[in-house]
Design a binder for this molecule. Structure first.
Ligand code: NAI
Ligand code: UGA
Length: 437
């Protein structure tokens, strides 16, 4: 099939390359010239395992190209819109200006029968509104909403073989046509047994935000238990293992620590709260405010622990911050707890030396005032204390004895509860975590 993908960020670039990998003919379009130049040269503008490989194959096959000109979408019959929907500046709601601009720019290049497929995460009600607009700007074009559930770090596999597919489509013949077009796009996943839910726009939009809200709630639940564990001497990791054996609960997303961040979970729960309030149903999701608060408290707890361990103040103390990305296997620093901790420590007067295997360039762009080290050894040199905030495998593998030889003070706060506490303690470290013994 001929496909266009409007917006080539973390979601769109992977989607474009994966669609070409599946045999479709794809054009990826973005307003960011540098991003398009990089993608056109076969170089992903961000770190995503597996993307360089599928990008190279797809470019070599001639099935994938990139452009800054929206007119190049003409000729495709399915158009995915994957532009950003960030949190509004100064508010909680989603900023839909990029979605609106993309639809407005795309409309003149559509022909009747084309299917426009929303991929961006949007507040419920957005698709119905955009469908009405399209009816006048591009008569005969059909809108579907096909939310995306990929995880950064696993984006390629999640796109080629998703857990499930959800299509939000209009009633009647247009809905049937959109469904059949999407079935062709995703033929390999469907043939491979991927569950498919075909529903209306509102349900599809809500599936996406409720899935992220559930995941965020699960993380904040275990982090709330970590707060209780801290004052009772209980161990949150053993607790998570024990409740996780109950298959109704499950162990995944029960890792306590410095909490969730990234370009999605935090902004999506806030946008959900804002949208529910607009709909007069704020009370239905009021618990999400607590989910957000518990999450933000964990960042503060890491800071408080360091202050306590450093004798009441961190001013002038050299602190090695291990990790900047919001999670391992990503270079994304959007709303990253790790970067937030580094920035706050610096604000308290600490000499912060931060490091990350892949996220330094992105962190430096938004926070040029921080001091960065290219590797953990350099960051650890002469540190008065160490804080691990992104559980990259290389940090988890640090040897406590060797690490002791690099630092000035053997103090470590394990913000991801991911180190072997006993091994670090027996090597002479003062080891503290978030809710672990
Ligand atoms: N990053 C992720 O893992 C996932 C993201 N999502 C959702 O997908 C959407 C995109 O997210 P990301 O890719 O992370 O954001 P991003 O910020 O990495 O990418 C958005 C891209 O859209 C481009 N753009 C903005 N306006 C445009 C326009 N008018 N025409 C063409 N391109 C335009 C930007 O230049 C940027 O490259 C958001 O709604 C997000 O919530 C959903 C699932 C997973
Ligand atoms: O809408 C989105 O963009 C995506 O948001 C999340 O994916 P992602 O943000 O890539 O990362 P996750 O693996 O969900 O992790 C999110 C945050 O939660 C934290 N986390 C995760 C799991 C856990 O047990 N504990 C925990 O603190 C991670 O460190 C990270 O900061 C969802 O998992 C995806 O399904 C969804 O498509």
């Amino acid at each position: 099939m001929k496909i266009s993908v409007i917006g080539c960020g973390y979601l769109g670039a992977v989607h474009a390359a994966a669609m070409a990998e599946l045999g479709h003919e794809v054009v990826g379009i973005d307003v960011d010239t540098a991003k398009i130049e990089s993608l056109s040269a076969g170089i992903p503008p961000f770190f995503e395992p597996g993307l360089p490989e599928i990008l190279a194959t797809a470019m070599a096959s001639g099935r994938l190209r990139f452009s800054t000109d929206i007119a190049d979408a003409a000729g495709a019959t399915v158009h995915f819109v994957a532009v950003g929907t960030p949190q509004q500046y100064g508010g909680n709601a989603a900023d839909l200006r990029f979605v609106d601009a993309a639809f407005e720019a795309l409309a003149p290049h559509l022909t009747p029968g084309d299917v426009v497929v929303g991929k961006s995460t949007v507040p419920v009600g957005t698709a119905a509104r955009l469908s009405e607009t399209l009816a006048s700007t591009a008569p005969g074009a059909i809108l579907a909403w096909n939310p995306e559930f990929l995880r950064e770090g696993f984006a390629v596999a999640d796109t080629i073989k998703p857990d499930r597919l959800v299509y939000g489509v209009p009633d009647g013949e247009p809905g049937a046509r959109a469904t059949s077009a999407l079935d062709r796009v995703y033929a390999s996943a469907i043939e491979g047994g991927t569950p498919l839910v075909v529903t209306d726009y509102a349900t599809a939009e809500l599936v996406k935000v409720s899935a992220n809200a559930f995941l965020a709630t699960k993380i904040s639940f275990i982090n709330a238990m970590a707060e209780i564990a801290e004052v009772t001497g209980a161990d949150v990791t053993a607790l998570a293992d024990a409740i996780g054996y109950d298959s109704r609960i499950g162990r995944r997303f029960l890792n306590a620590g410095v909490g969730f961040g990234g370009g999605c979970l935090p902004k999506d729960i806030r946008a959900f709260i804002a949208r529910a309030e607009e709909l007069g149903r704020g009370e239905s999701v009021v618990f999400l405010k607590e989910v957000d608060q518990i999450n933000l408290r964990r960042r503060q707890r890491v800071i408080d622990l360091l202050v306590e361990l450093l004798g009441g103040q961190v001013n002038g103390k050299r602190i090695a911050v291990l990790g900047l990305a919001f999670k391992p296997h990503s270079d994304d620093v959007r709303d990253s707890p790790a970067l937030d901790v580094a920035v706050q420590l610096r604000g308290l007067g600490a000499k912060v030396i931060a490091t990350d295997p892949h996220a330094i360039a992105n962190a430096r762009r938004t926070h040029p005032q921080l001091t960065y080290a290219d590797d953990a050894n350099t960051a650890l040199h002469d540190a008065d204390a160490v804080v691990l905030v992104t559980e990259w495998p290389e940090y988890k593998a640090l040897d406590p004895v060797q690490t002791a030889g690099r630092v000035r003070g053997q103090i470590i706060v394990d913000g991801r509860n991911s180190l072997d506490a006993a091994a670090w303690r027996s090597a002479g470290w003062t080891y503290r975590s978030l809710g672990r013994r």
